[in-house]
Design a protein around this ligand. Structure first.
Ligand code: ADP
Ligand code: AMP
Length: 214
């Protein structure tokens, strides 16, 4: 099963992608997590990506497409995957489609987690991330057991540089201009499913499960 998570930054794509990955035993592939791991490890890719990420801009397609295609070519992705944060532009979606078509394959579902901009701004300020293992928390909705510490790996939690309020509005503008057109793109392909992302995260997941079972 090959699934794409669509939605604004902070809509809950990562939260739901992790739940899907756990339940269906497929890898959760997040281009944002791959970039953050590279930044943390000081790689040239990380240095280049950070310049864009800190401004709330998209990392150029050439760079992003290559890391994604390399990742999904790995053995653990053979039986499917859930993509979180990719594609974010029409050209990215076209490259992915073409690469899959060459293998006689295609995307099964594009799930749009729909959340209005007003809710997003509130959510992002409360998000806390573990840069070691990629776990995500929210100071009100999903607090860690011990304040500021990751439940999974014990490392400190941070407010991501790109979750600062001044950057969030930029990311939303970029989303509306460059990523939202993908909703139409996947609708035309007949694989788009929309869920109400303003519900409690367990209820959002129940709606996604219903879509995947249908
Ligand atoms: P995305 O991957 O789309 O950027 P996340 O999954 O990281 O978004 O979620 C953004 C923030 O909102 C996180 O702090 C997360 O814990 C919180 N969150 C996710 N889903 C919900 C929900 N349904 N209700 C309230 N908060 C949520
Ligand atoms: P995310 O963790 O998905 O919110 O992504 C964080 C940031 O990484 C984004 O704001 C972009 O700067 C960059 N990024 C992640 N995925 C992509 C992508 N598919 N295309 C371009 N930039 C991306």
């Amino acid at each position: 099963m090959k699934i794409i998570m669509l939605g604004a930054p902070g809509a809950g794509k990562g939260t739901q992608a992790k739940m899907i990955a756990d339940k269906y035993g497929i890898p959760h592939v997040s281009t944002g997590d791959i970039f953050r791991a590279n930044i943390k490890n000081g790689t040239p890719l990380g240095t280049e990506a950070k310049q864009y990420m800190d401004k709330g801009l998209l990392v150029p397609d050439e760079l992003t497409v290559k890391i994604l295609l390399d990742r999904v070519a790995q053995e653990d992705c053979k039986n499917g995957y859930v993509l979180d944060g990719f594609p974010r532009t029409i050209p990215q979606a076209e490259v992915l489609d073409k690469a899959l078509a060459e293998l006689g394959d295609k995307i099964d579902y594009a799930i749009d987690v729909d959340v209005p901009d007003e809710n997003i701004v509130r959510r992002m300020g409360g998000r806390r991330a573990c840069l070691s293992c990629g776990a995500t928390y929210h100071i009100e909705h999903v607090p860690p057991k011990k304040e500021g510490i990751c439940d999974v790996c014990g490392q400190p939690l941070v407010l991501r540089d790109d979750d600062r309020p001044e950057t969030v509005q930029n990311r939303l503008n970029v989303y509306h201009e460059q990523t939202q057109p993908l909703i139409d793109f996947y609708q035309k392909k007949g694989v788009l499913k929309t869920v109400d992302g303003t519900k409690d995260m367990k209820d959002v997941f129940a709606d996604i499960e219903a879509v995947l079972k249908a």
